[in-house]
Design a protein around this ligand. Structure first.
Ligand SMILES: [Zn+2]
Length: 143
């Protein structure tokens, strides 16, 4: 298990990822939708790893839905950084992290372009729990 950390620019969000393989074996998925392109986002996740998100000030945690509206994009309202995406289905939450928020020393593999916008809502709901972190915890002063 490799622990990798990161966060937004102002420190409101911090993340710790537990990866089950060497970091350079992960290929971040550069989503080609308009929203993710504007953020330069590419996502990393491990369905058998774990993700811990800490939110210092929930008032500055923005949640935004776009595309099919199924996933919640998590954005820092103070510094504008896109942390990742959450998807809740049947009470179970899974999540993926924008690899751009990880500590610069973390060496992931080369990004590959993916196109979830070409999938139906049902295909996305079936795909994400299989490739995103399923073990997700979010800690904030309100939680
Ligand atoms: Zn921030």
């Amino acid at each position: 298990m490799t622990r990798v950390s990161g966060g937004c620019h102002c420190g409101n969000f911090s993340v710790e990822l537990q990866l089950t393989r060497a970091p350079d074996s992960y290929s971040p998925r550069a989503c080609d939708c308009d929203f993710c392109r504007k953020h330069g986002a590419a996502y990393v996740s491990d369905p058998v790893g774990a993700l811990h998100i800490r939110i210092a000030d929930p008032a500055h945690a923005g949640r935004y839905r776009q595309g099919s509206g199924q996933a919640e994009m998590l954005l820092c309202r103070r510094c504008g950084v896109l942390l990742g995406a959450l998807f809740t289905d049947g009470g179970r939450c899974c999540a993926t992290v924008n690899a751009q928020v990880l500590d610069p020393a973390v060496r992931l593999g080369a990004a590959t372009v993916v196109s979830p916008k070409s999938l139906s809502a049902g295909e996305k709901a079936a795909r994400w729990p299989n490739i995103w972190f399923a073990n997700v915890s979010i800690a904030s002063p309100d939680a």
